[in-house]
Ligand binder design. Structure first.
Ligand SMILES: [Zn+2]
Length: 115
């Protein structure tokens, strides 16, 4: 019953007078995106359970909650390897230069040992 009244009151034009009066009650604005490109903000009581969909007030299509997680199946980020982290700090040419430097040091050390 209460939900029905709220839904009905949202369909009409919002009067500023009304808005100011109800601003005192704790509310949350929830944004919905309609598949036809409409964006609607629906105020809910702070403690209200916010639905994931809302009927678009412009075209009647089912609008989706804007910040709802996109229905992607796998959003698990692959863990970064040491190599990934290294690549974030050094470019391949840099790494090649470092490798050449280290190899040269090893060669020198090896020559010294055998000498
Ligand atoms: Zn729409």
């Amino acid at each position: 019953m209460a939900e029905r009244a709220l839904r009905g009151s949202r369909l009409g034009a919002v009067s500023y007078e009304n808005d100011q009066a109800t601003e005192l009650a704790e509310r949350q604005m929830v944004a919905y995106s309609c598949p036809n490109g409409h964006h609607i903000d629906v105020p809910f009581a702070a403690e209200a359970e916010v639905p994931q969909t809302w009927e678009c007030r412009f075209c009647g299509a089912t609008a989706l909650k804007a910040d709802a997680p996109a229905p992607e199946p796998a959003r698990i980020k692959a863990p970064r390897s040491h190599w990934d982290m290294l690549l974030e700090r050094r470019s391949i040419p840099e790494l090649e230069a470092i490798l050449a430097e280290r190899l040269e040091l090893l060669r020198v050390a090896g020559r010294r040992k055998s000498a």
